[in-house]
Write a protein that binds this ligand. Structure first.
Ligand SMILES: Nc1ncnc2c1ncn2[C@@H]1O[C@H](COP(=O)(O)OP(=O)(O)OP(=O)(O)O)[C@@H](O)[C@H]1O
Length: 610
């Protein structure tokens, strides 16, 4: 529990996101790409980015100097009677050209460094915020959204942010400044020729705009498809055992294929939409097209004495370079668009409400659990748990039994607030659990679930999660109490053996006892067990039962059990049926009343005897 508690302790209050649209990884509707989330997210590094932009702008302006110098040298030389007469001016332009080129290198270098500083800082900041935020989401949210969608935000969206901050921003600003300075210079040379050149560029821009018309929509569709592929891949990897066992992977592979198909279709639609206009734009925007326009107009003006021949040179040197300068701006714009989309997704995740925390936090007085007319519905339509009332006293064991789907796991998961009750209240020590700070609530209970979750860490650290400050001796004592000490000693590096996904070859029962050792170490006063001894062989089961007896002694214990003989000694048994408490009492009382429990007991005894 304490790892969850720690994540929660570091949580930050949610920042409400303004003006957000329904968005991709967490919904299927396409997002409107907006700048506001990006602007807010980049808040901490705006200083760096402004510096990076200024240096990039100055670098781009300086980068034009060599071209302008070449054009000016040619103009001066052509206009002069002898080159010797203008040699001083020519050398000045040579120096300006060389200095401009050198300055550009220096400025671009520092601009890029600032961009990467900003990138490293903001991505670290966002990653930390995201991880903290994930810690405050109700577990139910992860189940409904899928870890693949979260993974997409943590990988693809962060990569898009990196591309934007470290590369696209500088490229866009550099290109914009190069175009403005270039056009400004050409206006000084001849405004009429400049007008013709700019008109050619505008025609190109128009074609490109048409080509990019539905880019935003397609990008959102591609984005959503990527999220689905990611979710399906994670599902496939998680369920690989089932997939291999049954050969085809059935629905999982179908979902994966569906996501890939959707991605291909979205990509094809995007290519179809843009291929003609983009090809035409490329042709019109190529240097040759602009050169043709400049040459024809220039020669026409020169032959009509409307312009001097030397004035054509700047248009040939600088003017035809403008389309080349536009491309980085266009590519950078795509980076900006992706970055804005990514920022929207990230902000969505950061602003998603976590578990609501009470304004006035209260501390429970003891560890008595009280269910007071508790109802809960997953879909808001039908109740999975309906008006359940019960009291679990400290030092007693309450068992939840009932047919499959009766609501046992749901009721148990309401106690650690994996979900919040829809009606009624759960109190611990007389305090509504919604008023208890979540880290305190979670640290007051040990949860031992059917799914054994071991982390990629040593055996020792896997147990120590239960109490991070526990000494090695405490860890060993907990392992002994959980009957797993001798198993650990036999591992290649004992307590220092790293556990991978295969958990160093530990059996199911041994893995379960490891998590029980973790719970014993945390020594929380409330224990919730969900099917802890399911699917074990008799030897493992008796070892696990002994470990559990050690864990639960003197605690407030809530056990979900299918095999009734394991809870026949419970102080109280709640028999759930269709979300309601159908019967309650001790084993003897329930057998005597010959109801649902007695039937289940007889059926199991018969089954076991057979
Ligand atoms: N995450 C979920 N989303 C929607 N419905 C759910 C979810 N989990 C359970 N349910 C539904 O809620 C009801 C109660 O399920 P729950 O898992 O609590 O029953 P259970 O008694 O623990 O069953 P089992 O013994 O089979 O584990 C069932 O109808 C189930 O389909």
């Amino acid at each position: 529990m304490s790892e969850i508690g720690e994540a929660l302790a570091g949580s930050e209050p949610a920042t409400p996101a303004r003006g957000q649209e329904a968005n991709s990884p967490f919904s299927t509707s396409p997002r409107l790409v907006r700048a506001a989330p990006l602007w807010r997210l980049l808040g901490p590094v705006r200083g760096y980015l402004i510096g990076c932009s200024i240096l990039s702008a100055l670098g781009a302006a300086a980068g034009l100097a060599p071209y302008i110098a070449i054009a000016e040298i040619a103009r001066v030389a052509l206009a002069a009677e002898s080159v010797a007469a203008v040699s001083e001016t020519i050398w000045t332009w040579v120096l300006i050209g060389i200095a401009g080129g050198a300055l550009r290198l220096v400025l671009v270098f520092f601009s890029s460094r600032l961009g990467h500083y900003a990138d490293a800082e903001i991505l670290h900041d966002i990653r930390v915020k995201l991880v903290r935020r994930l810690g405050v989401f109700p577990i139910g949210w992860f189940r409904s959204v899928g870890s693949g969608a979260v993974k997409k935000v943590m990988t693809t969206d962060l990569e898009d942010m990196h591309q934007l901050i470290a590369h696209a921003l500088g490229e866009i600003i550099g290109a914009a400044v190069a175009i403005i300075v270039g056009i400004g210079y050409l206006i000084l040379v001849d405004w009429r020729m400049t007008a013709v050149t700019v008109a050619a560029l505008l025609a190109w821009a128009l074609f490109f705009k048409v080509a990019m018309r539905s880019m935003s929509l397609h990008l959102a569709r591609l984005n959503a498809a990527e999220a689905r592929i990611s979710a399906a891949s994670v599902e496939y990897a998680d369920g690989i055992t089932v997939v291999k066992t049954f050969g085809t992977g059935g629905r999982i592979l179908e979902r994966f294929a569906e996501a890939v198909r959707e991605h291909t279709e979205a990509f094809r639609a995007w290519v179809d939409e843009t291929r003609y206009s983009s090809a035409a734009a490329r042709l019109l925007g190529s240097e040759m097209a602009v050169l043709a326009v400049v040459m024809v107009t220039g020669i026409w003006m020169i032959s009509g004495d409307a312009m001097q021949a030397a004035d054509l040179l700047p248009f040939l040197v600088v003017g035809i370079g403008l389309p080349t300068a536009i491309m980085p701006a266009v590519l950078g714009e795509q980076g900006l668009r992706r970055g804005r989309l990514a920022a929207g997704n990230i902000e969505d995740l950061l602003s998603r409400p976590g578990i609501p925390e009470a304004l006035v936090a209260r501390t429970p007085n003891g560890h008595r659990i009280e269910f007071d007319k508790v109802s809960f519905s997953y879909d808001g339509v039908s109740d999975a748990v309906s008006a359940v009332s019960a009291i679990c006293e400290p030092g007693t064991l309450t068992a939840l039994v009932g047919p499959s789907g009766a609501g046992k796991s749901t009721l148990a998961s309401l106690v650690p607030r994996f979900y919040d009750v829809s009606a009624g209240a759960i109190r611990i020590g007389g305090t509504d659990i919604r008023a208890i700070p979540t880290p305190l609530l979670l640290s007051s209970m040990s949860l031992v679930f059917q799914d054994v979750i071991l982390l990629r860490d040593t055996v020792r650290e896997n147990i120590r999660i239960g109490r991070p400050d526990a000494s090695d001796d405490d860890v060993r004592a907990a392992a002994r109490a959980a009957q797993v000490d001798h198993v650990i000693e036999r591992l290649p590096h004992g307590y220092d053996t790293p556990l991978g996904t295969e958990s160093a070859g530990l059996s199911g029962g041994e893995r379960q006892r490891l998590t029980i050792a973790r719970a014993i170490l945390s020594d929380a006063p409330i224990v919730i067990l969900d099917e802890a001894t399911a699917a074990l062989d008799p030897d493992s089961e008796s070892a696990v039962q002994a470990a559990l007896a050690e864990l639960t002694a003197g605690k407030t214990v809530l056990v979900i059990a299918h095999r009734l003989h394991t809870i026949a000694g419970a102080h109280q048994i709640l028999v759930l049926d269709a979300g309601k408490v159908a019967e309650r009492g001790t084993h003897a009382e329930l057998i005597a009343c010959r109801g649902l429990y007695a039937r289940m007991w007889r059926a199991q005894q018969g089954g076991e005897a057979a």
